[in-house]
Design a binder for this molecule. Structure first.
Ligand code: AMP
Length: 282
């Protein structure tokens, strides 16, 4: 497995791969890898002949009071996990190369970027779309795999790819969970044992909604109330949002009859977690 830190070297490696007839599958990450990330790499492998995983903690997507400084950085063990998966290239650029001090160009997906996480984390999706656009230009993949875990991010990036005519297939992989239901996240490492137990309420709330929708309850407000009722089991959870939206526009829907995204964000102690479920159309 090759570890590339230099942007020009990554571009040259991709060019050589394409000239050699390989197709490139790409998985952008911020490292501190877990089974969720690895499932994305496997998905890329199923579709492409060369898999590139980037590891870059992107300062542009963190707010001033967020956890950029203390975000877990575990490059060595990340590389060992990726090597075991048969990943061919890890791209781990420096912040200085990615963002020269006089860089002023950003990619901003208007509207979508202000919804769900974008509302509570102003500038977050602008940082995400900018870095992913840059990584796409550097890696030049045929396909890129993202997790359903970050459902709003998927909507923002789909729109970016479409609006800017990027010749890249976006693939969305399902949410990987611990056996007790907690969605895997690099930020789970911040949770105390108590907070981790409390955080299971997110999955319980989503399960309840899924169950009700399956049994025929299609009214968003009633589904939302049922989820709030479950969340009230854990008074220590500080709710950020609990929304039933169209998965493409991220705008609220009154009924889930045509399918919907049920998304939740809440903090447990200082740690903000997100989770969601896609309700199938009926
Ligand atoms: P991150 O390193 O948190 O920026 O995540 C990198 C990619 O992994 C994103 O596309 C995430 O949606 C995806 N991801 C993170 N957690 C999970 C999970 N539990 N299941 C599936 N994909 C995930």
């Amino acid at each position: 497995m090759k570890i590339i830190r230099d942007i020009a070297e990554m571009q040259a490696a991709s060019r050589a791969a394409r000239m050699g007839g390989l197709s490139i599958g790409f998985v952008p990450t911020m490292g501190a890898l877990h089974e969720g990330h690895l499932s994305l790499a496997r998905r890329a492998r199923a579709q492409a002949t060369l898999v590139v995983v980037s590891i870059f903690v992107n300062p542009l997507q963190f707010g001033p009071s967020e956890d950029f400084g203390r975000y877990p950085r575990t490059l060595e063990s990340d590389c060992a996990l990726l090597e075991a998966e048969g990943v061919e290239v890890v791209f781990a650029p420096s912040t200085e190369q990615m963002y020269p001090p006089d860089a002023t160009t950003v990619v901003h997906v208007e509207g979508l970027s202000d919804r769900l996480d974008g509302r509570s984390r102003p500038g977050h999706f602008r940082g995400v779309s900018t870095v992913v656009a840059k990584l796409f230009h550097i890696v030049g993949p045929d396909c890129a795999v993202f997790g359903q875990k970050d459902a709003a991010q998927v909507a923002v990036l789909r729109r970016m790819v479409r609006d800017l005519n990027m010749p890249i297939e976006l693939i969305v992989a399902p949410i990987a969970r611990d056996p007790d239901g907690l969605a895997l996240s690099s930020r789970n490492a911040y949770l105390s044992a108590d907070e981790r137990r409390q955080a299971l309420v997110l999955h319980r709330a989503l399960q309840r909604v899924e169950e009700l929708a399956k049994s025929g309850e299609l009214n968003s407000e009633r589904l939302r109330s049922a989820a709030l009722y479950v969340l009230a089991d854990e008074p220590s959870a500080v709710l950020d949002y609990l929304e039933i939206v169209n998965p493409d526009t991220l705008l609220p829907v009154d009924s889930v009859a045509r399918g919907a995204l049920f998304a939740v964000a809440a903090s447990f102690g200082p740690t903000r977690l997100i989770d969601n479920v896609l309700l199938p159309p009926r």
